[in-house]
Design a protein around this ligand. Structure first.
Ligand code: ADP
Ligand code: ZN
Ligand code: ZN
Length: 745
């Protein structure tokens, strides 16, 4: 299956390599000119083949040929009587004659839309002809020329090609906006997926406003600024957790919907959709759909089509929802804009946040990037005046900001990673009837198993990583390649039975807490515990309702969830964020810390955040905890400026991996030589160097970093480098890719 994006009269490709179109599956274009413009821009910017980019933008079901009944529209064709009927018989009924003439010219039949296009409203004539038994209903495949010439605004075959580019320029005016009821796609409202929710009977009636709390003055300023914006404008909504950002989103969405526009809201993770969807449901009456990878293929297609046809007015989705066609798009919102999950990490490596900005520009509408911990890139854009910086400095509804305590755990006795200070506070909080949230970003029982006699450690055979002990399944699991092994009963090296788990993951802390706080309900929330569909939601709802005095979890628990009963947050281990190998490690650490801390004291009860660390003197950590994220970010930004790192420079990472170290490194050395020969100008070339985890899933990984203080020369070099690399004798044993604006190295 292929996708037609344009028609041309001439081609540079040899005729025997061109493939004829056997059958056209869709009776109307799946994507509008603006949708294509975005994808085309993304493919170009991220250096992804256009075909791959378009395919990734479509729901899975639309990437496959679908059963013809689904794909083919209804139409009319002649019966035998109609075929035999001379036109003269209809001399007194010119509409019927014209209709019959058109159908005689197309013995296979004509679909309804084409008939209407050709003849205008001919329903009376069709009815009369059908009554006379001259025509009948049938399924027709849409004729190619209609799809090509009219709907895409492409010059029909036979007229000179107008654009020298690989893809013709498609003018937006030529694309008709699809009206909701003209969707003969077999998706009747009755088959509406469960996630598409029209107003329920008990929601307020049309005239009744769905009011929320009265906005405070900062919220008001933000709402006014965005709603007064005309055309493309980018806003950063920089608001501490609980400051009422979501409330601002809701007001803006309501206004946009009232103006007849559609709204797209992106969140980084599926786990964040249910709570937001629920809040939208309480306040927004228009049809809403949710789009994320947890949906069934059919549900996803249905939601996508309802958005594309303008039926769904509000789309809430994860990363890939950025490509959802929205004919009336009038506002984009990216929540938690700093989150790395917004960047696709393989294949088509786009940043949904950056594409959202581009999309707003194409649609000439405002975009709002929201976060309590904006990325340094976004803050820099705000500093330069490209984005308007809107601030919500205070928690809404009178909740107080949490207080931070640093617990120096050097030479302190720890009970499975819990300090005495933390345990004492936990007891107080639980006795007072409040909730504790403990954060440990490591699932499993312990991150490594060791032999007490010879020092053997459980390393993965395929990666430069240790295998995590999972006691629930009595297994060693590699979190990087997924390899699993049964738990050994003795050391594979010296056969000693004295094997000991070293360090702790959430499973182990859970065990220890259950012993220490017998009878106190505890919920562990991590990926292992929430695999069943709906389980995460169930746990979070119960947690929010106060069912568990103790909550223990990984970053799944850290993001966005509203847990009003939590008055103490314990951060068990912050340290590997402080000295990570990636230059973004401290930024990520700060974001995670503030996000987790944001769970505390959201209601009227003030919260405390206790951070356990072995580095209580770390300057950026101290600045973060004493002066807050903005001060931290300012300091981190000036460090980046000094080092010439993003956002003060732009990067592209050429990655390669192979079974042998040599192959990947040789390829990258070759790439370096090529790049140098291409006169890189101001572009710095670093490496090749092994990736931070050199071996993963049995493959050696290395990378070459290209960096420049301006985007232009960097991208110009890549433009020249990539064809040269592709032209090199390709080696099947080597895989390579380019990552533009990489987020992780
Ligand atoms: P954020 O998205 O910034 O974390 P929310 O929008 O979830 O913040 O707001 C936090 C809490 O404060 C919610 O319970 C919300 O209903 C409430 N809230 C928001 N704005 C106001 C306001 N202006 N007055 C009173 N309560 C508010
Ligand atoms: Zn041993
Ligand atoms: Zn592994």
């Amino acid at each position: 299956m292929g996708i037609i994006v344009g028609c041309r009269r001439e081609s540079a490709i040899a005729p025997d390599r061109l493939k004829p179109i056997a059958r056209c599956l869709d009776q109307e274009p799946l994507l509008s000119a603006k949708d294509l413009e975005l994808i085309r821009w993304a493919a170009d910017y991220y250096r992804c083949p256009p075909g791959e980019a378009i395919f990734s933008a479509l729901p899975t079901r639309l990437r496959r040929p679908v059963p013809s009944s689904q794909a083919q529209p209804k139409g009319w064709r002649l019966t035998a009587a109609g075929d035999a009927c001379p036109l003269a018989q209809l001399a007194r009924a010119p509409r019927q004659a014209a209709t019959l003439t058109a159908l005689k010219a197309q013995p296979a039949g004509i679909d309804d839309t084409s008939l209407r296009d050709q003849l205008g409203d001919c329903s009376a004539a069709l009815k009369a002809l059908a009554t006379k038994g001259l025509i009948e209903r049938c399924q027709v495949s849409a004729p190619l020329d209609r799809i090509g010439a009219q709907n895409l605004g492409i010059p029909p075959i036979g007229s000179p090609a107008t654009s020298p580019k690989a893809w013709p320029d498609i003018s937006p005016e030529a694309v008709p906006t699809t009206s909701p009821d003209a969707s003969p796609d077999g998706l009747a409202t009755s088959s509406l997926a469960t996630n598409a929710c029209a107003a329920s009977p008990d929601s307020p009636t049309a005239g009744e406003p769905m009011l929320g709390p009265a906005l405070n003055s900062e919220q008001q300023v933000a709402v006014e600024a965005v709603s007064e914006a005309s055309g493309f404008n980018c806003f950063l909504l920089d608001g501490v957790t609980g400051s009422g950002k979501t409330e601002v989103y809701i007001r803006l969405i309501q206004r946009a919907l009232e103006r007849g526009q559609q709204v797209l809201v992106l969140v980084p993770e599926i786990g964040l959709t249910p709570q937001l969807a629920e809040r939208f449901a309480q306040r927004i009456r228009a049809e809403r759909v949710v789009l994320h990878s947890g949906l069934g293929e059919r549900e996803r297609e249905t939601a996508w089509r309802r958005a594309a046809h303008g039926q769904a007015r509000l789309v809430l989705g994860t990363r890939s929802a950025i490509f959802t066609p929205l004919p009336d798009l009038g506002l984009l919102i990216v929540d938690e804009e700093h989150d790395v999950s917004l960047k696709q990490q393989d294949g088509f490596r786009y940043s949904a946040r950056d594409l959202a900005v581009r999309r707003a520009q194409i649609s000439q509408c405002p975009i709002l990037l929201g976060s309590a911990t904006p990325s340094l890139e976004t803050l820099r854009n705000a500093e330069r005046g490209r984005y308007q910086h809107l601030r919500l400095r205070h928690r809404a509804g009178g909740a107080q900001a949490p207080r931070f305590l640093l617990a120096d755990v050097r030479s302190q006795p720890l009970v499975t990673g819990l300090s005495h200070a933390l345990l004492t506070r936990m007891t107080e909080v639980i006795e007072a009837g409040n909730q504790v949230l403990l954060f440990l970003n490591r699932r499993g029982f312990s991150p490594v198993l060791t032999c007490h006699d010879c020092g053997w450690i459980s390393v993965c055979q395929h990666c430069d990583a240790r295998m995590t002990l999972h006691r629930g399944h009595s297994q060693l699991v590699c979190h990087h390649c997924g390899d699993q092994r049964p738990l050994p009963v003795q050391c594979p090296y010296c056969e000693s039975p004295d094997l000991r788990p070293l360090g702790q993951g959430t499973e182990r802390v859970e065990d220890s807490l259950r012993q220490r706080f017998p009878g106190i309900p505890l919920a562990r929330i991590d990926r292992d515990n929430t695999r069943r569909k709906g389980e995460l939601e169930r746990l979070l709802t119960a947690a929010r309702d106060g069912a568990y005095p103790i909550l223990l979890g990984t970053q799944m628990l850290a993001k966005g969830h509203h847990l009003p009963g939590v008055t103490l947050v314990g951060i068990l281990d912050l340290d590997h964020g402080l000295y990570g190998s990636d230059f973004r490690a401290t930024e990520r650490m700060a974001q995670l810390l503030i996000q987790v801390a944001g769970r505390a004291g959201r209601a009227e009860r003030p919260g405390t955040v206790l951070v356990q660390t072995r580095h209580p003197d770390h300057p950026l950590l101290i600045r973060l905890l004493r002066q807050g994220y903005a001060a931290f970010a300012a300091a981190a930004l000036s460090e980046r400026a000094e080092a010439g790192l993003p956002p003060f420079s732009f990067q592209a990472l050429l990655r390669a991996d192979s079974r042998t170290e040599q192959l990947a490194l040789d390829f990258l050395r070759g790439a370096r030589t090529l790049a140098l020969a291409l006169e890189p100008g101001p572009v710095e070339i670093w490496g090749p160097a092994p990736a931070s985890m050199e071996r993963r899933a049995g493959r050696f990984r290395a990378q070459l970093l290209l960096q420049c203080s301006q985007r232009g020369p960097l991208h110009a070099l890549i433009d020249r480098l990539l064809p040269a690399l592709r032209a090199q004798a390709s080696n099947r044993k080597l895989r390579w890719s380019i990552d533009i604006d990489p987020q992780e190295s």
